[in-house]
Write a protein that binds this ligand. Structure first.
Ligand code: GH3
Ligand code: MG
Ligand code: MG
Ligand code: MG
Ligand code: MG
Length: 316
């Protein structure tokens, strides 16, 4: 005899009690669990509740035949697959053709031979194992794709959105704000005298400082929908959909306070003893002519103005 591993839940649909009993006994002897259904019109409802591993289906039944039931079951599954095996005393080539055409996987003769049933269950078992493996693989692939998509849009050092992720988010924010007639504020933030920081303390300390700044910016994003990203090098960007100029200015003052109170020592800054940054802000209610490039250019010009005004400040 074959080793089937787990026992299966088998749905037996047959209008005749004697036939159901014979089939049930054969299956139970092989260690499987059986749910019986005597009425073809109820088979679909029972199937949904029981979620069987296998269906054994009589062909000749009153009102609706087994082919009709098979079509009902196949319609429920939507991409899933539960093996359906017909059991009938009629098994001409035409009967078998109809059964397979209706969605059945196999067609056996009544009275059921236990040896044949065992062999067919073995074949079904192999297919179910294969199906499980395929499902596992596709789930692994889906997860790998998700991880890849995340890595592609995020910066490895800080975990913030990277340039590509920011560009996409900015395009989407522009569209959403244009449709809603809402303002969009964008900040470009650049760490002050960061080359000197690296020169004084080394690149490892520089990396750690960038991670600290990233964390401060992430924590400072007050609203859901606000996004922080690393634009490149020691430059960061905040996208603030729905935030008007006044709100962006308030946030900017908050950011300057936050980075000051973080008090990250910067021994080579002309601004003071601690690390600081400068920012450029642009706010618009986007229209058809608004582009991501145009918005970033405005924010960059404002950033340049903040640098010119002595750093550790924002310009709008
Ligand atoms: P400014 O105040 O005008 O912005 O001066 P700055 O020195 O910050 O600007 P500059 O563009 O001259 O230098 C930027 C520095 O940022 C140079 C570069 O080595 C450093 N940098 C960029 N990316 C990284 C990084 O991933 N890690 C570290 N440690 N340093 C980085
Ligand atoms: Mg019958
Ligand atoms: Mg019959
Ligand atoms: Mg820079
Ligand atoms: Mg800089």
């Amino acid at each position: 005899m074959f080793d089937f591993g787990p026992s299966y839940r088998v749905l037996v649909v047959d209008d005749q009690a004697t036939h159901r009993t014979i089939t049930r006994k054969s299956l139970e002897q092989l260690g499987h669990r059986v749910v019986e259904c005597a009425v073809p019109e109820q088979a679909a409802a029972v199937f949904k509740v029981v979620r069987p591993d296998l269906v054994l289906l009589d062909v000749e039944m009153p009102e609706h035949d087994g082919y009709w039931v098979a079509r009902q079951l196949r319609a429920i599954e939507a991409g899933g697959w539960t093996p359906i095996i017909f059991l009938s005393s009629h098994h001409t080539d035409e009967d078998i053709w109809q059964g397979i055409h209706a969605g059945g996987d196999d067609y056996l003769a009544k009275p059921l031979s236990p040896q044949l049933l065992t062999a067919k269950l073995h074949a079904v078992h192999r297919l179910l194992q294969l199906r499980l493996k395929l499902l596992e693989r596709s789930e692994q692939l889906r997860e790998a794709n998700e991880r890849l998509a995340h890595v592609a849009r995020h910066d490895a050092l800080t975990g913030l959105l990277n340039r590509g992720g920011l560009d996409q988010a900015l395009h989407e924010a522009l569209q959403r704000c244009r449709h809603a007639g809402a303002p969009l504020s964008v900040m470009l933030i650049d760490v002050d005298h960061f080359k000197a920081y690296n020169d004084a303390l080394g690149h490892v300390a520089g990396d750690a400082a960038l991670r600290r700044v990233a964390q401060l910016l992430r924590d400072a994003c007050p609203k859901p929908g606000d996004l922080a990203g690393r634009y490149g090098g020691e430059e960061f960007a905040l996208l603030l959909p729905g935030t008007p100029r006044s709100g962006a200015m308030t946030l900017a003052r908050g950011l300057l306070r936050i980075v000051a109170s973080a008090a990250i020592p910067h021994p080579a800054s002309s601004v003071g003893p601690h690390l600081s940054f400068s920012g450029g802000i642009t706010t618009l209610v986007p229209d058809e002519a608004s582009t991501a490039e145009g918005v970033l250019l405005c924010a960059d010009e404002a950033l340049y103005a903040a640098k010119s005004r002595g750093r550790n400040c924002f310009y709008s």
